[in-house]
Write a protein that binds this ligand. Structure first.
Ligand code: COA
Length: 706
């Protein structure tokens, strides 16, 4: 038998023990070995029942995603699951860790499920643009009803064992020794002489309230706008209640195969691996020693500082929150308390955990309170002068192994590091607002940041639930640098006659969470202006550059916070078209002699904005600011609302074809001129297009040469 699966028999119970680290993915050799072991147990008169369990940190976390691009080799997971369900001897699954996707589908094909209390179960396939394709959409509703299955499968959430037990996914939850509990259950089932097969059940009719499927789909079309898989999952769950089990399985299979071949799923699978690859830095060996981060400090108790403190507290880390004035500190502490209270009110947190977390929070006046912490993140006002002053002090106050992080969105980390006695400990951590909600964490490596500090900060980012991506030092790092070009082009079209609403709705219909004009209004036109103004020497000397934004700032139309910007916000949040804003932009365009265009199509809006974005991405790769195209995709999907089902800007460029993109640049240069090099494609883009290569191939080549 395979080394991936151990097989042993004791007291009539065969134990099939999967050992495929790190997450016991059900690759073909594992499936084959499970099938052989099940057959051996089935054919052995000395075996009365079977237990399936896993070694290591988790029961299987699902099918092996790396196999998804190749044709399925026998036995497929659906076939294996049917085979196990049909077994004439009771089969018990012993669950622990994160029993996800194919792992849970395998467990649901067993006749009894016992789980360790700390287990979480779920069917997260929608996050890969898929539906559970090995019986999950047909078996789960038979266990927990249609409505609960819709919720579980379309959110893909990890359900705690006790809740899963209440729902009916699990039969038993134990405090410890799940294997022994499973063996005991196996003996009991043999004694009872009854085998309960999920596929033999019907979906509970009470869960099929009127319109449950159509209502779910309508809701998902808003909440998961543009994603195909959640809609398909609802259809598949409906089949569980409308067609016989065997037919439902076939339909599920067909639907799953279609999705697997779709660009959406390929894009989401790309991001799954990209997020994990982003943590691996070519020149930082895997065994680089990591610093122990047990205590943390945050400098600055404003919106950002409080948000960062919440992230750290939520990861069970103690936080010292530091301010220079008592009233500012009190406001920050209150903000944190209120956020955790709200989480309790919304059922996201129990009050006991909130109290434990708040007990780990201390407020202090003055940086001296940070002498013993392992990790400090400074989230003070975005000013080089302010930050330099803080870091000069931190360098001497903090212990010699403390990581000194600055939360900046544009400032040069090297300049900040230079004022400390140990620049090797200084690193950038660019959180996104609201910091306790937004996933992205750009980790900025200074020229002198030591490898240990980079590796520890990336790891800490994961620990606090963020999606980290590494950037080199450069204006705007990866995300905001690219945003600059994307916004430039969108604002150019405002001068040419497109309305903010047209620009935004074209990009939102394509999948962006929010169009660029609305983003600017949200971020604050004053904030964007200040950044532009402080960095003029790095930006094109173009008299038309972001003029609409400059006007909004000059007119005090700062966006949502003043109720007016590119749009007006009568209730402070909901945008409405504002003819005054359009008049202001038109007047500026006339003054600057910008030729009004009769029509600007939605396609042109997409092409110009996305080409500008992709070109800057290619340039950042050329400049070494971004290490990999896939890191850029992580940044834009986790932090800038780029639709995950399009895989990020560089994956999207690959899917369009780099030659097509380069061709667009030629067209745009002819049509709109190229005085400022906007339509000069980055050398990397040209080279890849010339050699018919993709950004994915570029990444693979880099890996090979690292
Ligand atoms: N197939 C193939 N590889 C997988 C995998 C899967 N289903 N699940 C995880 N891995 C790999 C990861 O790529 C990573 O590889 P790396 O070390 O080479 O980067 C490794 O296993 C560890 O995963 P990671 O996500 O870093 O560990 P974690 O402890 O943070 O999270 C899980 C563990 C299981 C929660 C998480 O990996 C996960 O959600 N996996 C996907 C589950 C899923 O979607 N299953 C359905 C598949 S259709």
């Amino acid at each position: 038998m395979s080394t991936l699966v151990d097989y042993s028999v004791d007291d009539g119970i065969a134990v099939i023990f999967i050992n495929n680290p790190p997450v016991n993915a059900l690759s073909q050799p594992v499936r084959q070995a499970i099938k052989e072991a099940t057959m051996a147990a089935g054919g052995d008169d000395g075996v009365t029942a079977i237990v399936i369990a896993c070694a290591g940190r988790t029961f299987s976390a699902g099918a092996d995603i790396r196999e998804f691009d190749a044709p399925v080799k026998d036995p497929s997971l659906p076939i294996l699951n049917d085979f196990i369900e049909a077994c004439a001897k009771p089969v018990v699954a012993a669950l622990h860790g994160t029993t996800l996707g194919g792992g849970l589908e395998l467990a649901m094909s067993c006749h009894y499920r016992v789980a360790l209390k700390s287990t979480r179960v779920g069917l997260p396939e929608v996050h890969l643009g898929l539906i559970p394709g090995a019986g999950g959409t047909q078996r789960l509703p038979r266990l927990i009803g249609a409505a609960a299955a819709i919720e579980a499968i379309t959110t893909g959430r990890h359900i705690p064992a006790n809740e899963a037990m209440d729902l009916g996914v699990l039969d038993e939850v134990v405090e410890d020794d799940v294997l022994q509990a499973a063996v005991r259950a196996a003996h009991r089932l043999v004694g009872d002489g009854v085998i309960s097969r999920t596929g033999d059940r019907d979906v509970d009719l009470e869960t099929l309230q009127d319109g449950v499927f159509s209502k779910a789909k309508a809701k998902l079309s808003k909440r998961r706008r543009g994603f195909d898989a959640p809609q398909a999952a609802v259809d598949a769950i409906e089949w569980a209640s409308t067609v016989p089990f065997s037919q439902g399985l076939l339909k599920e299979r067909e639907c799953s195969n279609t999705l697997k071949a779709s660009l959406q799923s390929k894009a989401q699978r790309h991001l799954f691996f990209a997020e994990r690859l982003a943590l691996k830095i070519p020149d930082i060996p895997k065994d680089t020693p990591l610093l122990d981060v047990a205590t943390t400090g945050v400098v600055g108790a404003g919106t950002m500082g409080a948000g960062i403190a919440i992230c750290l507290l939520n990861a069970d880390l103690p936080v010292v929150l530091v301010e220079s004035k008592q009233d500012a500190l009190d406001r920050g502490l209150e903000r944190i308390r209120k956020t955790l209270d709200r989480d309790v009110d919304r059922g996201r947190l129990d009050s006991e955990t909130r109290d434990v977390r708040l007990a780990r929070l201390t407020g202090a006046i003055g940086l001296e309170a940070l002498g013993t912490v392992d990790f400090v993140v400074e989230a003070a006002f975005e000013s080089m002068e302010v930050k330099k002053k803080i870091f000069t002090e931190l360098g001497s106050i903090c212990k010699s192994t403390a990581i000194l992080a600055t939360n900046t969105s544009t400032l040069n980390i090297n300049d900040i590091a230079a004022v400390t006695c140990s620049p090797d400990r200084v690193i950038g951590t660019h959180f996104f607002s609201p910091a306790n909600v937004m996933k992205l964490l750009e980790v900025v490596r200074g020229d002198k940041t030591a490898k240990t500090f980079v590796a520890t900060t990336l790891k800490l980012g994961r620990r606090i639930g963020k999606t980290p991506a590494l950037s080199g030092v450069g204006y705007g790092f990866i995300g905001n640098r690219m945003l600059e070009d994307y916004v430039r082009e969108s604002q150019m079209m405002l001068l040419e006659g497109a309305s903010p609403a047209q620009v935004d709705s074209a990009l939102e219909a394509w999948g962006m969470a929010m169009g660029p004009c609305a983003v600017m209004d949200l971020a604050g036109q004053d904030v964007s202006f200040l950044t532009r103004d402080q960095n003029r020497e790095l930006l094109p000397n173009d008299p038309l550059y972001c003029v609409p934004g400059d006007i909004m700032n000059a007119e005090g139309r700062f966006g949502q916070k003043t109720g007016k910007g590119f749009y007006q916000y009568p209730d402070g949040r909901t945008r409405q078209n504002d003819p005054d804003a359009i008049d202001l932009i038109n007047a500026a365009a006339t003054k600057l002699s910008v030729k009004k265009r009769v029509t600007i199509t939605d396609q042109e809006i997409l092409d110009r904005c996305l080409c500008a974005l992709i070109n800057r991405g290619a340039q950042l790769l050329d400049d070494g600011i971004a290490l990999r195209a896939s890191d850029i995709d992580v940044v834009w999907s986790a932090g800038y609302g780029f639709p995950a089902y399009r895989g990020g800007p560089m994956f999207y460029a690959d899917s369009v074809g780099l030659d097509v993109i380069v061709q667009s640049f030629e067209t745009f240069a002819k049509e709109f001129g190229n005085d400022y090099g906007y339509w000069t494609p980055a050398p990397l883009l040209v080279n890849l297009a010339k050699s018919s290569k993709t950004f994915a191939e570029y990444d693979a080549d880099q890996k090979g040469s690292a």
